[in-house]
Design a protein around this ligand. Structure first.
Ligand SMILES: NC(=O)CC[C@H](N)C(=O)O
Length: 379
């Protein structure tokens, strides 16, 4: 028999539906994602920590779940909200239904609600604090209280919470990051230190594929400890929460900029590079979450279709003179990419590693390798 569930937003909106995950309740910031595929990669993206995701595509779960299509080793989203869970999961790679996957990971989730109504509320009022309740774990009024008590993502430093706490290294050609990826490449010419603020696995795969031997270091690793590893380049990963309180990372990045080491940042990493360069960041109304966002590459005068997942953005008006705008969103003109004019450092707000998703921005990884090659040739 179907178990009832409830979604309550801070504005008092209530949605009645069916539980498709764990029993209990969960609070977080409710955001909508317009991707048509990739629900497992979305759920396991560490950048979704403390967020409840509603997927606007109406049928979610059709292909079930497996142990390979993941961006990290666990589900980081606080909850999932969908329109319709198909009765049958059908795919030759499917190991488990979406519903069992959510329950086994203790994630509260709700289906059979009007996700178009929900998305319109989020678009008009902005991302909302919300509470999903399954199996009558809380009354409607208590759920509203819980939603309102959620502090919100502004000011929340989550990078250090989701980060691995141990340095992970490439050893003798065996790679131990997450499941689903192994390579025997031992001949990797570039040593890149990658800051793990909640790094998605596909970023790391794409760096390895381009010849980077990776040392993945915890978010709070000091500049001195990184410099002791003698890196050819520094990578700043994506990650959840507000970039502003990540002062430990901002201070370290300033040191790397001073030293002239090539730097590439993605998403949170982009925001941190901007902050270290003297710019400001701000919370967006409902952010960008989807796999079809048009972004203009100003230098090449072309439009790229990109994958996106961010709720904060760099304020263009705050950029100092030595920071050039390289990309803008064609949805809302917000800043999507920057480059330092005086240092080998650049960053991108979207996800060039999109998996699944468009590959238009993937050449940004090659640009990073070019910077490393240039800097090694000059040294
Ligand atoms: N995917 C990310 O790295 C997100 C960056 C940041 N947490 C934001 O929401 O803007």
């Amino acid at each position: 028999m179907a178990i009832s569930a409830l979604l309550v937003l801070e504005d008092g909106s209530v949605f009645n539906g069916t539980s498709i995950g764990a029993s209990g309740y969960s609070v977080g910031e409710v955001v909508f994602n317009t991707s048509m595929t990739g629900y497992q990669e979305i759920l396991t993206d560490p950048s979704y920590a403390e967020q409840i995701i509603t997927l606007t595509y109406p049928h979610i779960g059709n292909t079930g779940t497996n142990s390979e299509d993941i961006e990290s080793d666990k589900i980081w989203a606080k909850g999932l909200v969908i329109r319709d869970l198909p009765l049958i999961a059908s795919n030759f790679r499917s190991e488990k239904s979406l519903s069992d996957y959510l329950s086994d990971n203790n994630i509260v989730a709700i289906a059979d609600i009007d996700t178009r109504r929900l998305t319109r509320i989020l678009r008009d009022k902005g991302a909302q604090r919300g509470c999903i309740v399954s199996a009558d774990a809380l009354s409607q009024s208590d759920a509203l209280e819980q939603a309102k008590a959620f502090p919100g993502l502004k000011g929340m430093d989550l990078a250090k919470v989701v980060s691995r706490t141990e340095k992970t290294q490439w050893v003798d050609g065996s790679w131990e990051l997450g499941k689903g990826y192994a390579t025997n490449k031992t001949d990797l010419p570039y040593h890149v230190v990658a800051y793990d603020f909640g790094a998605k696995s596909n970023i790391l795969r794409m760096l390895v594929d381009r010849g980077c031997k990776l040392s993945l270091v915890p978010a709070e690793t000091s500049a001195d400890d990184v410099l002791a590893l003698n890196p050819d380049g520094i990578f700043l990963s994506n990650g959840p929460g507000d970039p502003e309180p990540c002062t430990y990372a901002i201070e370290a990045i300033k040191v790397f900029l001073d030293k002239g080491i090539p730097i590439f940042g993605i998403c949170l990493g982009h925001q941190l590079l901007a902050l270290a360069s003297g710019a400001n960041t701000e919370k967006m109304k409902f952010g960008h979450h989807g796999a079809n966002h048009p972004v203009k590459d100003l230098a090449r005068d072309v439009v790229m279709i990109t994958s996106q997942n961010h709720g904060f953005a760099v304020q263009e008006s705050s950029l100092p003179e030595n920071v050039k705008v390289t990309h803008v969103s064609l949805f809302d003109k917000s800043l999507q990419g920057i480059e330092r004019t005086d240092k080998p450092a650049f960053s991108f707000q979207g996800h060039p590693e999109a998996s699944p998703g468009p590959h238009d921005a993937a050449p940004l990884f090659d640009k990073f390798i070019d910077l490393i090659v240039q800097s090694k040739t000059q040294a």
